[in-house]
Ligand binder design. Structure first.
Ligand SMILES: Nc1ncnc2c1ncn2[C@@H]1O[C@H](COP(=O)(O)OP(=O)(O)OP(=O)(O)O)[C@@H](O)[C@H]1O
Ligand SMILES: [Mg+2]
Length: 743
């Protein structure tokens, strides 16, 4: 079927045509024949790289251009959200019926906001969590959504995050029963069930545009699924490296999946020792430039040094311990064919289009806390394998598991290569997981009686697969808890949220965290300090897994605990009676110390060294701390806790920038972060007034302040600048290479 013949807006077809897309892939044809463009709900289960996104694109344009509709595109990962946002970007030149251009937006950030600005957008790419929080705020435009795309819908099966997707879909269907649902996945075996739940038709295909040869490498021979075999030159004693070198020699790129962050780093290091011979001189120069970019993105740390060193050799690692900026640089550089080999944890397993001719799965086991080393699911294996052989980049793809013995090789062939992905199960019925959702159901006016609540939960995938009765008792227990904690109130058959409950729901925190915060605010320590507040938020379940104290840190942490005891908002568990809780508590103290050092302007390098944390974890803790401090600030406001308010308000800003109080006015300027703010402050520019009086020359004389930043600062603070100076700055700005990130 030709794209030109499709019943979709002409302008969309022109754009696709210009990109060289003329024919539909067979799965796309099947889905269109099944009625997806006529508004049918649809589950499309089709292999990786079979072009599922294009169906979502065509459907989205149909809604926006012909039905005056609005589209929300749900993804599980931020990296995938940005890739999809870029893909939809190609349609922005198209004009709608009202003459305006198609507007595509992305929203993955802050949870406590209704983001009314999103109203202007026609297509909104977002994460499931963000969509959930928007629904809690009853963002008005949510009622106008006419198409929801649930990408990677197999996520339903994931214990932590699956329930959010389930709730979001059920709510959207409740708010707008006419909404069209399009669910996509390469790895679902019980398609009929998911389709049954969503009242959808389904299309299942086995077609892939680029053939993907799956196999198992034992010593120096690959056995493929189709019976083929291939010998790999044994250049080193590591099979993974031999396989990588083999791929590079033929001009391909390789993606290696490792089971832990540490393994991904060590694999990249070993590989980098061997890549030199395949890199041309010009490529080496290009990589030198890429390495410089890595070093200038954010503060310099040992991790950025290591990464830059590897990038010079055409290799890199990618895991959640890296900063977002580094991850993006690496993804782009790999996509542009500069970095040749990428080692990654499963952070890159889902949905992304990468130029990996060969995917190597080094380890099929992963450490699961509480279970030990545990084999990964077939579903996850298939997703990782599916990153190889993407039509945009390669004509063939290979995905190889590594076996050490022939027994293991047989097991891998049977258990993964030839196996089907597992059935998808709802993970909803867990108290800890649905506590917040039950509250939100009441607080955001989705239901106002016990029966109404059961009715809503009766529309979830859980109720479809099991029976709503199975969660009734959990819901009843949660309602009792919420009532006792004064988040909901009951009159007759009516259940409604109190002010407290409503705010908690909007703040997107676990009701349990809110209870901890409220109790602490009512029971303030003698001394209210930054440290005490930082510990309080580290004590809430929303802070996530607290930083684990290493054995050698325990004494120092215990000492720090004693030093700060009179500032703590919570009781300290007894070391002898309850050793486990005590150790956990020391972990909270550690988190608070890390945050406290961060706002005392300790450098990232020192933080990493002193506390043994990785940048990614540091940033995640900062993000969580910001959000929980904001929640504490809001709850303190609600309860009239005037004493803590000045501190909490300031802490939100200080944690977000990592600064002492004195830098607050400076870092409020765009382009100024903790490092540059400190340089300016120490040079005597302490207030906006100081900066107003400073000449442009004086500012550019400061370290790390170039002409474009000087111009940006002057533009914000005002003050006299000669016309010639502006013109000179304009010119210089063009030549300025330095990245203007906020640091
Ligand atoms: N009809 C087509 N003709 C040529 N290329 C296409 C066509 N449809 C899609 N593609 C290209 O195929 C690639 C893979 O598509 P897409 O990312 O949608 O795969 P997917 O099915 O979502 O895979 P995954 O399950 O891994 O997410 C993209 O680069 C896309 O541009
Ligand atoms: Mg996809």
């Amino acid at each position: 079927m030709k794209i030109a013949e499709l019943p979709v807006p002409e302008q969309a077809k022109e754009i696709l045509n210009k990109m060289g897309l003329t024919e539909l892939f067979p799965p796309q044809e099947d889905t269109i024949r099944a009625g997806v463009l006529d508004g049918r709900n649809m589950v499309l289960a089709s292999p990786t790289a079979s072009g599922k996104t294009l169906i979502a694109e065509l459907c989205a344009l149909k809604h926006v251009l012909e039905k005056n509709g609005k589209v929300i595109y749900l993804t599980p990962l931020r990296a995938l959200a940005s890739e999809k946002f870029e893909e939809f970007g190609k349609y922005t030149p198209i004009r709608k019926q009202d003459g305006r251009r198609v507007n595509v937006g992305i929203s993955t950030g802050d949870f406590d906001t209704a983001d009314n600005w999103l109203e202007r957008y026609d297509i909104i790419v977002t994460t499931n969590e963000k969509a959930d929080s928007l629904l809690r705020h009853r963002a008005k435009w949510m009622d106008e959504v006419s198409l929801v795309v649930a990408d990677e819908v197999h996520l339903l099966n994931e214990a932590e995050r699956g329930p959010t997707l389930e709730i979001v879909l059920a709510r959207l269907l409740q708010v707008n029963p006419d909404i069209q649902v399009l669910a996509l996945s390469a790895t679902i075996s019980n398609v009929d069930e998911i389709a049954g739940w969503l009242n959808a038709k389904y299309v299942v295909t086995e077609w892939r545009p680029v053939s993907l040869k799956e196999g198992v490498l034992l010593h120096d021979e690959i056995q493929f699924k189709d019976g083929d075999a291939k010998k790999i030159e044994r250049k080193t004693r590591y099979p993974t490296i031999n396989l990588v070198l083999n791929t590079l020699k033929t001009g391909g790129q390789a993606l290696v999946f490792a089971s832990t962050r540490k393994n991904s780093v060590s694999a990249a290091k070993t590989i980098a020792q061997h890549t030199g011979e395949v890199l041309s001189k010009p490529m080496k120069r290009t990589l030198e430039h890429e390495a410089e970019k890595i070093l200038s993105a954010g503060e310099r740390t040992q991790i950025s040094d290591t990464l830059a060193e590897l990038v010079r050799c055409g290799a890199a690692f990618h895991h959640a311990g890296l900063s977002g900026a580094h991850r993006r640089l690496i993804e782009d550089s790999f996509k542009e064919g500069k970095i040749k080999v990428l080692t990654a944890t499963p952070t890159l397993a889902f949905g992304v289009n990468l130029p990996a001719r060969t995917v190597i799965i080094q380890d099929y086991r992963r450490y699961e806390p509480g279970y030990g080393n545990y084999p990964i699911s077939v579903l996850e294996y298939k997703q990782m394998a599916g990153r190889a052989g993407r039509p945009k980049y390669d004509k063939v793809g290979e995905s190889i598991l590594i076996a050490k013995t022939s027994d293991e090789a047989d097991y891998l062939m049977e258990g993964y290569v030839l196996a089907k992905p597992e059935r998808i199960w709802s993970r909803l019925a867990v108290e800890k997981i649905i506590r917040g959702h039950v509250l939100a159901t009441v607080a955001s006016d989705f239901a106002h009686s016990e029966n109404g609540i059961y009715e809503f939960f009766g529309k979830t995938f859980f109720a479809y697969q099991y029976d709503v009765k199975a969660i009734r008792s959990i819901i009843a227990k949660i309602l009792k808890y919420l009532y006792e904690e004064e988040m909901i109130d009951i009159s007759g058959d009516n259940i409604y949220a109190t002010k407290f409950g409503k705010r908690v729901s909007e703040l997107y925190i676990d009701p349990l965290s809110a209870v901890v915060i409220r109790a602490s605010l009512r029971n303030k320590p003698a001394l209210v300090t930054d440290f005490g507040l930082l510990h309080l938020i580290s004590h809430t379940p929303d802070m996530g897994p607290v930083m684990r104290p290493y054995a050698r840190e325990v004494d120092a942490l215990a000492l720090a605990l004693e030093e700060h005891r009179d500032q703590l908002f919570t009781d300290v568990p007894n070391e002898w009676d309850d050793h486990i809780s005590y150790e956990e508590f020391l972990g909270e103290i550690k988190t608070a110390l890390v945050m406290n050092s961060w706002i005392e302007e300790v450098s990232e390098e020192q933080l990493i060294e002193r506390f043994n944390v990785q940048p990614g974890d540091l940033y995640r803790t900062i993000e969580n701390a910001k959000w929980l401090l904001h929640a504490t600030d809001e709850l303190a406001r609600l309860f009239g806790e005037k004493e803590v308010l000045p501190l909490t308000g300031e802490l939100v800003e200080r944690v977000s920038k990592g600064i002492k109080k004195e830098l607050l006015p400076l870092v409020r300027l765009e382009g100024v972060g903790r490092v540059r703010g400190r340089i300016m402050y120490d040079a005597g520019y302490r207030t906006i007034e100081d900066l107003k009086r400073a000449s442009v020359e004086e500012l550019t004389n400061l370290r790390l302040v170039g002409p474009s930043l000087a111009k940006k600062i002057k533009g914000q603070v005002g003050g006299f600048v000669k016309k010639e100076t502006w013109e000179r700055l304009d010119k210089e700005e063009e030549f300025e290479q330095r990245a203007l990130s906020d640091f």
